[in-house]
Design a protein around this ligand. Structure first.
Ligand code: PLP
Length: 415
């Protein structure tokens, strides 16, 4: 544990009152901004006088006041100097990688990352920019050291890998990265509040706000948190990936997400608490459960050491049902017969979401890549919701298991 408290950090932020004294921040709906002197605009174009330097707003693809405030709130949540938001998690990731690397340079990424990120790093960027990417098991620190070349600019990991839930050893990775002048980029989408990667040595945190942070599966959005210098570089009018590629967040969206941040802590605690109880009960029934909250998970102690204890071990666990046929049958039954949750990609929703990653969110990976990342065909990823009572939901899950006779031993138990 470490002294940083993300909730206190957010609460310490100066309150941004609405334009007329409203308790919520105002939505600044302007795409362009006026100034009193004609010379102010050229000054902003030259990198002076922009909002992060206490100056003026220029144009909505540059900084927007509402999006800027949400960025400050996310920076507080992660303990970053600065942050800015974008239109999706993928745009946050691609803008970050493009900002850190030039044509032909090199990035090291974990074997298991979200399928979209995998496709971006494995196929898209190498094709478009000549980026070189080595996928390694980042829990093997020797493998990382041997993958580093003179051209390596970044190590990219997810705090908890999607979908295999291996936990990144952020302090160790930061040590290795920094000893070679490399930036450590951490996707903290699965574990907001649960882990604070920047406090552990990461240089940049990216988020898909689409998931836990927004929490209502109605918005696609992303964020990048890091040093003021790095965030300003993304907005540079001549060389900034956010400014030039333009994945701009709508200020109305920024306001909505901002209104959901105050209860993120309550939601994360409940997601984590239910995930831990379900994971334990399923384990006792004989299932092969992957959840870093379980003592036998290989990264349990690591997560205990690097996590913020009051937020538990996260709201996602996986079950390995061996075959995709069994996995599909199980999630179909849980949705259509038991109303336990939805068969849908994504995560961090108030309802339970269930998916089979090998054929959906990780389908960008070849069967060899899936094997290397330990994503088995029968893996079911479950993002546990918090509607209904815990026991009601457990009863739905347990009765589905018995009725489907999923495992022989369970079938025996049931009769
Ligand atoms: N990072 C992770 C870990 C994800 O799971 C996802 C999407 O599932 C993304 C990034 C991409 O986010 P978005 O859909 O907001 O672009």
């Amino acid at each position: 544990m470490y002294p940083f408290d993300p909730i206190e950090s957010l609460a310490n932020l100066r309150h941004e009152f609405g334009e007329h004294g409203g308790v919520n921040l105002s939505i600044e709906a302007s795409s362009t901004f006026t100034v009193m002197k004609a010379t102010t605009l050229p000054a902003i174009f030259q990198g002076q006088n922009s909002p992060e330097k206490g100056g003026c707003y220029l144009y909505g693809r540059h900084y927007n006041p509402t999006v800027y405030v949400l960025g400050k709130q996310l920076a507080a949540l992660e303990g970053a100097q600065s942050a800015y938001c974008s239109a999706s998690g993928m745009s946050a990731i691609s803008a970050t990688i493009l900002q850190l690397t030039n044509a032909g340079e090199h990035v090291i990424a974990n074997n298991a990352v979200y399928g979209g990120t995998f496709a971006l790093l494995k196929d898209y960027l190498p094709l478009k920019t000549g980026l070189k990417v080595s996928f390694v098991d980042t829990s093997n620190l020797n493998a990382i050291e041997s993958a580093i070349t003179k051209q390596t600019k970044a190590i990219f990991v997810e705090t908890m890998s999607n979908p295999t839930l291996s936990v990144a050893n952020i302090p160790k990775l930061a040590e290795i990265a920094h000893s070679k002048g490399i930036k450590l980029v951490v996707d903290n989408t699965f574990s907001p509040l649960v882990v604070s990667p920047l406090q552990l040595g990461a240089d940049i945190v990216v988020h898909s706000l689409t998931k836990f942070i927004n929490g209502t599966s109605d918005i696609i959005a992303g964020a990048i948190c890091g040093s003021t210098e790095f965030i300003a570089s993304l907005m540079d009018l001549h060389t900034g990936s956010l400014m030039l590629l333009g994945p701009t967040m709508d200020p109305k969206v920024a306001c909505e997400i901002s209104l959901r941040l105050p209860h993120l802590a309550l939601r994360m605690k409940e997601h984590s608490q239910r995930a831990l109880i379900f994971a334990n009960r399923l384990k006792e029934m004989g299932f092969s459960v992957i959840y870093p909250g379980l003592e036998e998970h290989p990264d349990h102690i690591l997560l205990k050491n690097i996590g913020n204890p009051e937020f538990g071990f996260g709201g996602i666990f996986c079950l390995d049902l061996e075959t995709s046929q069994k996995a599909n049958q199980f999630i179909e039954y849980l949705q259509n017969k038991k109303r336990f949750g939805f068969m849908a990609v994504s995560l961090g929703y108030f309802e339970t979401l269930m998916t089979c990653p090998s054929t959906t969110t990780s389908s960008e990976m070849s069967s060899e890549d899936l094997k290397k990342a330990s994503i088995s065909p029968g893996l079911v990823r479950i993002s546990i919701g918090y509607t209904g009572s815990l026991e009601q939901r457990w009863q739905q899950l347990e009765s589905a298991i018995y009725e489907l006779k999923i495992a022989k031993s369970l079938y025996k138990k049931a009769i």
